[in-house]
Design a protein around this ligand. Structure first.
Ligand code: ADP
Ligand code: MG
Length: 153
């Protein structure tokens, strides 16, 4: 199966789902996070980081575009490209180097950097549903499919 669509009733469930996803991740993965402002993309990222053992503050990189973390023997880069507009900034900032086999990259608003990003292994969409959220995870590569298969369901 290449899709996973759990319902998340509240913020706590989004965080614990992040923990489940963290257990299935491998270095080198690229994950796009889609959904409107307030959908829960940063909350899910916080849950992933908590799941990996990061105890510090997880803030939204809205102005800095990326927040780097070193945790559990891997590099995790959390991008928020909402304010990204100048493609030359991509090279200047060295963002290309963030995508390598030792890092996990989580990207909010990936469409703002279309053509600059590698293809994602997972596409995760969050949508409002009742008082909670519906998560739609789609695996788009062989690696992504293998990682999805490891998810405890
Ligand atoms: P985004 O990064 O997509 O803009 P945030 O994670 O910053 O969104 O904010 C999401 C908001 O929705 C937070 O106020 C959070 O408490 C809330 N939230 C997260 N998950 C859920 C859920 N499953 N059900 C209801 N509210 C949620
Ligand atoms: Mg966010």
């Amino acid at each position: 199966d290449t899709a996973f669509t759990p319902f998340l009733a509240d913020e706590a469930e989004t965080l614990s789902m992040g923990g489940q996803l963290a257990a299935a991740l491998v270095p080198g993965m690229v994950i796009f996070l889609e959904g409107d402002l307030g959908a829960g993309k940063t909350t899910l990222t916080r849950g992933i980081l908590r799941g990996l053992g990061f105890t510090g503050r997880v803030k939204s990189p809205t102005y800095t575009l990326v927040e780097p973390y070193t945790v559990s023997n891997l590099y995790l880069y959390h991008f928020d490209l909402y304010r990204f507009s100048d493609p030359s900034e991509w090279e200047d900032a060295g963002f290309r180097d963030y995508f390598n086999r030792d890092s996990v990259c989580l990207i909010e608003w990936a469409d703002k950097a279309e053509g600059l990003l590698p293809a994602p292994d997972w596409l995760i969409r969050l949508e409002p549903e009742a008082d909670g959220r519906r998560l739609h995870l789609t695996a788009l590569t062989q690696n992504g499919t293998q990682c999805l298969a490891r998810l405890a369901r």
